[in-house]
Design a protein. Structure first.
Length: 344
């Protein structure tokens, strides 16, 4: 028997593959517990035993040890002599404020307000209504507006999930002939910050709800672009800033129903100069059986905000209804594309 044959693993039976998919949330629960207890921060100064951490956190030390042992098995912690646990490079990324906002992202997508809606996904498939609104009695973004701490975590989560997209967009699309970029629904301004950092000739206008942009000034100051970006409070169902050469909507259109999308797009259309461009930053679903993260995210859109991911044909039809003509779709190195449109 050859060495190659020895190293080959037997194929996983279909039944086992399905069970793996179904039990994947166990890992999510373990990682969420680590984020909830701020274990990475507690271990930032060096390895500790569970007993050393459990007291101040008012946790059951033997159970915490078992959790930390599980995290070591996942490569987040490493166990050393004396049952002490330290951070691995993966664990370092779980610290508060670490690049990539992993902690905030985990607290959001594994938090009860989020997972409760996903657990009720089947009910959304039954009638097309968002599970989140059925459970909480209000739309997801209204809920976040009433819970500012969760809203701040959600803003950081969007950077955590989509953090690799702005540089990919900045490299893939030609911004050389543009001057002023209006980021509609741009939250803390992460997209603008990256675009302006890589294209020094650009200026920006950041438009979003007051409670959403509250973290933007400090964020943009830290990125060194604050003086080139004007922040305006806007409800994009009522108004958007005028005067931009290009209007970016990054992961905005996928959040809403078609009627709501048309309201947003028509307001943008009204604010745009005749030669301005609309740039939607979205995942464009590939046809057929091709795997794509957008096809998973589409189920999140169904269960929580009530939006959807779309194919290129579906985007073309939606834009036409709002008075736009889709001119091209520019792929990027990430999972998103730049959907460019102009006034029809």
């Amino acid at each position: 028997m050859s060495e190659g044959s020895k190293s080959q693993q037997p194929p996983i039976p279909p039944s086992a593959q399905l069970v793996q998919m179904a039990s994947a949330y166990w890992v999510s629960c373990i990682v969420h517990a680590a984020a909830k207890f701020d274990l990475a921060d507690k271990l930032a100064s060096g390895p500790k035993t569970a007993a050393e951490i459990a007291g101040p956190l008012k946790l059951h030390a033997p159970s915490l040890h078992r959790l930390m042992r599980s995290l070591a098995g996942l490569g987040i912690l490493t166990e050393t002599e004396g049952k002490r646990f330290g951070l691995t490079p993966l664990g370092e990324a779980l610290k508060t404020g670490a690049p990539g906002y992993a902690r905030s992202s985990i607290l959001t997508v594994c938090g009860p307000w989020f997972t409760g809606a996903m657990e009720a996904l089947a009910s959304s498939v039954e009638d097309g209504r968002t599970a989140f609104e059925k459970i909480n009695g209000m739309p997801a973004f209204d809920y976040l507006g009433k819970h500012p701490e969760l809203a701040s975590l959600f803003t950081e989560t969007m950077v955590g999930i989509h953090g690799g997209e702005p540089p990919a967009v900045a490299r893939a699309y030609d911004f050389s002939k543009l001057t002023t970029i209006v980021d509609v629904g741009g939250a803390n301004g992460n997209m603008l910050a990256v675009l302006l950092s890589l294209h020094p000739h650009l200026k920006g206008i950041l438009a979003d709800l007051p409670h959403v942009v509250k973290d933007a000034p400090s964020f943009l100051e830290a990125k060194g672009v604050a003086e080139r970006i004007r922040i305006e409070a806007h409800d994009f169902f009522k108004s958007v800033p005028e005067g931009g050469d290009a209007y970016i909507l990054s992961h905005v259109i996928h959040d809403w129903s078609e009627a709501q999308c048309l309201t947003i797009l028509r307001l943008v259309h009204k604010a745009m100069k005749p030669d301005a461009r609309l740039l939607l930053i979205e995942m464009v679903l590939p046809p057929g059986d091709e795997p794509h993260f957008g096809k998973i995210l589409d189920m999140v859109m169904l269960a929580l905000p009530g939006g959807e991911e779309r194919t290129s044909e579906e985007y073309e039809k939606l834009l036409a209804k709002a008075g736009f003509r889709l001119t091209r779709i520019v792929p990027t190195e990430s999972t998103v594309s730049v959907i460019e449109a102009v006034k029809a």
